[in-house]
Design a protein. Structure first.
Length: 560
C-alpha cells in the first residue's frame, strides 16, 4: 500500500509533510509503526526525529488537534467529524475536537471572479447592484460575501474556493491508504475502525463540497417545518445556484452566540430555546431528516422571537425503522427497562461480541442512577454521555446515523441551556414521543405495516423458485464448499463417548436388578446368609457396578 501511495510524486511530498507534522507533535512512534519512516527515507525524504514541538508533552487530545489544524482543511474537517463520534471518544477528546476551527485565509476577490462569472453565466455586475468584496466569513471549503440584487434584496453568496476539490481528493486518497495501513498494523487503533471512519468522512466531505446540495437540504427542511410559524429558513435563488455557488436571502438578526445583544433587543430567550428544540425534535422524530449542526453560530434571532436556521451543509438522516428503535430505546430508559434497552443496543451492533451479563449489570446501575429524577433534574446530554461511555467500555460502536444523532442531541441541550437555564429537552420531546408511539399503534398504521410485511413475504415466496434454481445451477457448476469450524470437536466426541458408556452401564445395572428380583422368586435354590444365592450375587454385582458408575461420574465432573 505504501508503494501505491508513493506511485504519484504529488502524494510523496504530502505524505512527507504529514509524517513531519506527526513527529513534531509527538506521534513519531505511529510514523515508525505503520512503515512511513522506512519508506520515505528510502525515497530520499529525510525525517527529522528531533523536530518535536514543546507542546508534545501536553495531553494527547490537544496534540492531535494541533496536528490536525496544522495539516489543513481536510484534516480539520476530519477532526470535526470525529467530534460527532461520542460513542468512540471520551468527553475530553470530544471537547478538544470541538475547538477545531475552519477559519482560513480569505481568497482574493480577483481570484474568485473568473469562477463566479462562470457559475453565474454572466458578469456579476449585471445581476447584483453591489457586492462586498471583503468576505463576511471565510472557511476552509468556501467563503461568504454579502451582496444586493438589482431589486434591492440583500443576499448571501457562498462561493467555493477554487481548486479545493483537487486538494480534498488528494488528501482523501492519502487518508484512505493510511487508514488501511493503520488498521492492519496497529491493533489498539483497530477498534476505532479507521477505514470505516475515512469512508464515512469522504462521503460527508463530498456532500459538503456540493453547495447546490446544501440548498436542497435547506428547502426540504423549510418544507418540513412549514407548520412552525416562528421558524424561518433563507430563500434559495436557484437561477444562480450551482455546485460551487449558492445564493440565499440574507437573514438580518442577532447570532445565537451573542446572548447580551439578544437580551438588549428584548427577545425572549426561553421562547427561542423552546421553539428551536421543538423544531429539531420534529425533524428527528417525525421527518427523519434534521439539521446536524445546531450550534449558536447557525442560529439567527430576529424580531418577535423569530428563529432563522442557516448552514445546512451537515444534515442527519434516520430511516423509519431507526426512528422506531430510537423511540423504543427512549421509552426503555424512561421505564427502567434495562433488558429492552440492551436488546436495541445489540441490534445496532450485531457483529460485535459482548459480555451481555456485564453489560446488563452496568445498564441496571445506569438506570438506577437516573431513576426517580424529575424532568428538571434530568440532564439529557449527561444521560447520553453516560450511555455512550458504557458503549465505549464494551467497544460497541454506533452506526454513523445514530452517532450524528447523539451528538446533535447533546449539542441541542447545551445550546438550549445557554438560552434558558431551566431548559429540558425531555420535557419538550415528551409530547412528540407520545404522539409517535400513539400513531405507531393506531389501527391504520398497524394495518399498513401488516400489508407491507405481507407484500414482502409474498415477494420472498415469488422469488423462492428462482433462488432454488440458481442454487442448483451453482451446485452443478462448482459444487458447494462448506466451511465448518470444528472447535474442540475431539473433546466433544470424547464426552459423547463417555456419556454413551455410562448410559450402557446404567442399563446393565437396571437389567441386573430386574433379573435378580425375578430369579430370587425361584424355589428350592441354594441360599447365602439365608437369602436366595442367585438373588444375593445379582444384587452384589448390581451394587458394585453402581458404585463404579458413581465414581466415574464424580471423576468426570472434576475433570471438567
Amino acid at each position: 500500500m505504501i508503494r501505491e501511495t508513493l506511485s504519484a510524486a504529488r502524494d510523496l511530498g504530502r505524505l512527507h509533510e504529514i509524517s513531519m507534522v506527526l513527529i513534531r507533535w509527538g506521534f513519531g512512534d505511529i510514523v515508525r509503526r505503520i512503515g512511513l519512516s522506512h519508506t520515505l527515507e528510502k525515497a530520499g525524504k529525510a525525517l527529522h526525529w528531533n523536530d518535536v514541538d514543546t507542546l508534545a508533552d501536553s495531553e494527547p487530545p490537544e496534540r492531535v488537534c494541533r496536528a490536525l489544524q496544522e495539516l489543513g482543511p481536510t484534516f480539520v474537517k476530519l477532526g470535526q467529524m470525529l467530534g460527532s463520534r461520542v460513542d468512540m471518544f471520551s468527553p475530553e477528546w470530544i471537547a478538544a475536537f470541538e475547538q477545531l476551527q475552519t477559519q482560513a485565509k480569505a481568497v482574493e476577490w480577483e481570484d474568485l471572479l473568473p469562477q463566479l462569472e462562470e457559475d453565474l453565466g454572466a458578469p456579476p455586475e449585471t445581476i447584483f447592484h453591489h457586492i462586498h468584496t471583503e468576505p463576511f466569513a471565510a472557511a476552509s471549503i468556501a467563503q461568504v460575501h454579502l451582496a444586493e440584487l438589482k431589486s434591492g434584496e440583500k443576499v448571501v453568496l457562498k462561493i467555493r474556493r477554487p481548486d479545493i476539490e483537487r486538494q480534498v481528493d488528494a488528501d482523501l486518497r492519502l487518508l484512505r491508504r493510511l487508514a488501511a495501513i493503520t488498521e492492519s498494523t496497529t491493533p489498539e487503533l483497530r477498534r476505532f475502525r479507521p477505514k470505516e471512519i475515512v469512508r464515512q468522512f469522504s462521503l460527508s466531505l463530498k456532500r459538503e463540497l456540493d453547495l447546490e446540495g446544501e440548498c436542497r437540504h435547506a428547502e426540504r427542511i423549510a418544507e418540513n417545518l412549514s407548520g412552525f410559524s416562528h421558524i424561518t429558513i433563507p430563500k434559495v435563488y436557484w437561477q444562480w445556484t450551482t455546485m460551487r455557488l449558492n445564493v440565499q436571502s440574507y437573514a438580518e438578526g442577532i447570532r445565537g452566540n451573542n446572548l447580551k445583544a439578544i437580551d438588549e433587543a428584548g427577545l425572549d430567550r426561553k421562547a427561542i430555546a423552546n421553539t428551536g428544540a421543538q423544531a429539531v425534535m420534529h425533524m428527528i422524530l417525525i421527518d427523519g431528516f434534521f439539521h446536524a449542526d445546531p450550534h449558536p453560530g447557525n442560529i439567527i434571532c430576529m424580531p418577535d422571537n423569530l428563529l432563522c436556521l442557516i448552514d445546512f451543509g451537515m444534515v442527519g438522516r434516520l430511516s423509519e425503522r431507526r426512528r422506531d428503535e430510537l423511540v423504543l430505546l427512549l421509552f426503555a430508559l424512561i421505564n427502567k427497562d434495562s433488558l429492552g434497552a440492551i436488546e436495541i443496543l445489540l441490534d445496532w451492533v450485531p457483529d460485535t461480541k459482548v459480555d451481555e451479563n456485564a453489560l446488563s449489570l452496568e445498564m441496571d446501575a445506569f438506570l438506577d442512577h437516573y431513576h426517580g429524577r424529575t424532568l428538571k433534574q434530568l440532564h439529557f446530554a449527561q444521560l447520553l454521555t453516560d450511555l455512550t461511555s458504557i458503549l465505549r467500555e464494551h467497544e460497541l460502536t454506533l452506526p454513523p446515523d445514530l452517532a450524528i444523532l447523539f451528538k446533535t442531541m447533546i449539542s441541542l441541550e447545551g445550546v438550549g441551556r445557554k438560552f434558558d437555564p431551566d431548559f429540558n429537552i425531555v420535557e419538550i420531546a415528551s409530547p412528540q414521543l407520545t404522539r409517535v408511539m400513539q400513531e405507531k399503534y393506531m389501527p391504520v398504521e398497524v394495518i399498513k405495516r401488516s400489508v407491507k410485511e405481507t407484500r414482502e413475504l409474498i415477494s420472498l415466496i415469488n422469488e423462492l423458485p428462482y433462488d432454488i434454481k440458481k442454487l442448483i445451477k451453482t451446485f452443478k457448476r462448482n459444487g458447494f464448499q462448506v466451511n465448518v469450524e470444528m472447535k474442540r470437536l475431539d473433546h466433544f466426541g470424547h464426552q459423547l463417548d463417555r456419556a454413551a458408556s455410562r448410559m450402557t452401564i446404567g442399563l446393565v445395572i437396571a437389567a441386573l436388578i430386574i433379573g435378580t428380583a425375578i430369579v430370587s422368586s425361584i424355589e428350592n435354590q441354594p441360599t447365602v446368609l439365608g437369602l436366595p444365592a442367585w438373588g444375593f450375587w445379582g444384587f452384589i454385582a448390581a451394587t458394585l457396578w453402581g458404585v463404579a458408575l458413581l465414581v466415574s461420574i464424580s471423576r468426570g465432573n472434576k475433570d471438567n
